[in-house]
Design a protein around this ligand. Structure first.
Ligand code: NAP
Ligand code: 8YV
Length: 324
């Protein structure tokens, strides 16, 4: 009926920006609060026209989307949306939106933090002080330094560029690999990842997850990176062959790694946790109150634009607007 609020499913917690922005304009249904989620979907599925997803634990695949026959829009939290089958959505008239740009600088800050922590062993040195060891002996000089390193960026998109700008300011040479050279980017471009890995001693990974990047950092790439090599993964756990990385770290095929993301989050392999010469972050690239609120706001704004019959603010490439 004209003027009625549309029914929207919220997959995520009751975050203030989401609730404050959406509740006045749509009928929200809270999936994660249902005791029996399957029964809940059966009861509301027929009327749901949009989904706001702020919790990426569940795959949004064809099976899931088919349960909502009137579904028009999925507004997803985060710039990465590899947990959604966006191609299927596009082929079935469903628009998918994500939250690009608003997190670029925050994630780039984290990437530099992780790189510095890994190269200079800052977390280890801090643990050393807290353990009361400094009073007996100075923390050892670190073998690695940023001063003689070249960073090979795997991915030179929105966040990659923000990371590269910071590296330039630090006086660190940058080169990059992606499937296509980036217009307007003057860093040396490598069409082949393996060639770049051979020429650099540091890889900074910031590509999307999904089939096209699955395990692209494999044993061969790690061997090419070599014994001074440092791998920083800010992208997705799926991009790195985790068993191959563990083996390369154990055998000192590479020197160290800084990881913000893992194959089966929040589970982190025991072998990685037990290695003291690497640095592990619990996926905190964008995790400040300000940036997460900006991401929530974009989730809201994409739903509100749809509810008002306006174009989506940030549709993903698989579901372009206007629809093809
Ligand atoms: P973006 O602007 O789309 O950039 C992606 C870059 O990756 C582009 O340079 C792209 O170039 C390249 N790329 C894509 N597929 C590739 C492939 N198969 N092989 C080689 N290069 C490929 O994305 P963004 O906004 O920078 O975000 C990148 C990713 O970072 C997200 O998708 C997410 O997974 C991750 N992320 C992580 C955190 C965190 O908290 N750790 C936070 C935000 C984002 P071509 O298309 O030319 O190949
Ligand atoms: C978030 C991210 O930490 O935007 C992304 O792709 O990986 C991060 O900003 C993640 O979405 C939280 O689940």
């Amino acid at each position: 009926m004209a003027g009625e609020k549309p029914d929207v499913l919220l997959v995520g917690a009751r975050k203030p920006v989401l609730i404050g922005g959406l509740e006045p304009k749509v009928n929200l249904h809270y999936l994660l609060e249902a005791k029996d989620q399957d029964a809940f979907i059966k009861s509301v599925g027929d009327k749901i026209r949009a989904i706001a997803v702020a919790y990426m634990a569940n795959k949004v695949d064809a099976n899931f989307m088919q349960r909502f026959p009137k579904l028009e829009q999925i507004s997803s939290f985060g710039v990465g949306y590899d947990y959604i089958d966006a191609k299927w959505a596009g082929a079935h008239g469903i628009t998918v939106t994500n939250t690009p740009e608003v997190l670029n600088e925050e994630v780039a800050d984290t990437a530099l933090g992780l790189l510095l922590c890994t190269v200079r062993e800052f977390p280890q040195a801090e643990r050393y002080l807290r353990a009361g060891k400094w009073v007996d002996k100075q923390y050892p000089l670190t073998k690695a330094t940023l001063r003689n390193r070249t960073v090979g960026m795997v991915g030179m998109g929105r966040i990659g560029k923000a990371i590269a700008r910071r590296l330039e300011a630090f006086g660190v040479p940058v080169v990059y690999h992606s499937r296509n050279p980036q217009p307007g980017v003057s860093f040396k471009y490598y069409p082949k990842l393996l060639d770049m890995a051979r020429d650099v001693d540091t890889l900074m990974v910031i590509v999307p997850g999904g089939a096209s990047t699955q395990n692209m950092i494999n044993a061969e790439v790690l061997k090419a990176l070599g014994p001074n090599g440092i791998l920083i993964n800010m992208a997705r756990g799926s991009v790195v062959d985790e068993p191959a990385l563990i083996e390369a770290l154990k055998s000192r095929t590479i020197y160290s790694a800084g990881l913000d993301v893992f194959a089966k989050e929040p589970q982190v392999p025991k072998e990685l946790i037990e290695m003291d010469h690497i640095v592990l972050f619990p996926h905190l690239g964008s995790s400040t109150e300000v940036t997460r609120a900006a991401m929530d706001q974009l989730v809201v704004d994409n739903i509100l634009a749809w509810a008002a019959g306006k174009p989506p603010l940030s549709p993903v490439p698989e579901t372009p607007w206007p629809r093809k």
